[in-house]
Ligand binder design. Structure first.
Ligand code: 5GP
Ligand code: MG
Length: 168
């Protein structure tokens, strides 16, 4: 299955605007988690307007399963060209699964400062949470079989594939 995600992104922007309004969140900033989340955050910024600041987080060093990534992971520096102190952060990722990436991202955010709030925005949510983390804005809820994975291709156009993993 191949699916362009432009409609999903449009729906997310509508939900996000409603969420920000009902929660009286003014002047938020976007932080995308490298790589897929950075693409999604970029696509959201394109729809929300350039006046919303955009940064990227690379949380490889903060993952609790860092050693499983290997001895020499490709780690890119986080790029947050603004202060997050007392700002409303929209934390953006492509897929929410166990929740460990988001836990790590929040640790990193607090090393930069104390945000006024963090709202989690994800393109896709799948079952399998291992931590008490939920997204406030979700593009799509997908139920995947154990041998299936979501593949995101981007950044432009951003595409989703549901792929079956090869049996080992
Ligand atoms: P978690 O840390 O919640 O287990 O996994 C979320 C992170 O792993 C996200 O940053 C996402 O990029 C990646 N991820 C987890 N499951 C999938 C999946 O099925 N497809 C893709 N593309 N990424 C996934
Ligand atoms: Mg990721």
């Amino acid at each position: 299955m191949k699916k362009p995600v432009s409609e999903t992104l449009d729906g997310m922007v509508a939900d996000l605007k409603t969420y920000l309004q009902t929660h009286k969140i003014d002047d938020p900033v976007l932080l995308g988690i490298h790589t897929g989340g950075a693409w999604v955050a970029q696509a959201l910024q394109a729809r929300l307007g350039d006046d919303i600041s955009l940064g990227q987080l690379d949380i490889s060093f903060y993952r609790d399963d860092f050693s499983r990534i290997g001895m020499h992971p490709q780690v890119r520096p986080s790029n947050i060209p603004f202060s997050i102190e007392n700002r409303h952060v929209l934390l953006v990722d492509d897929v929410l699964y166990t929740g460990r990436t988001i836990r790590a991202a929040m640790n990193e955010i607090f090393d930069y400062g104390r945000p006024a709030s963090i709202t989690l925005v994800v393109l896709v949510e799948r079952d399998g949470r291992e931590l008490p983390i939920e997204a406030q804005v979700v593009g799509a809820h997908l139920q995947l079989a154990a041998d299936e994975q979501i593949k995101l291709r981007g950044p432009d156009p951003l595409h989703l594939d549901i792929v079956s993993l090869e049996p080992e």
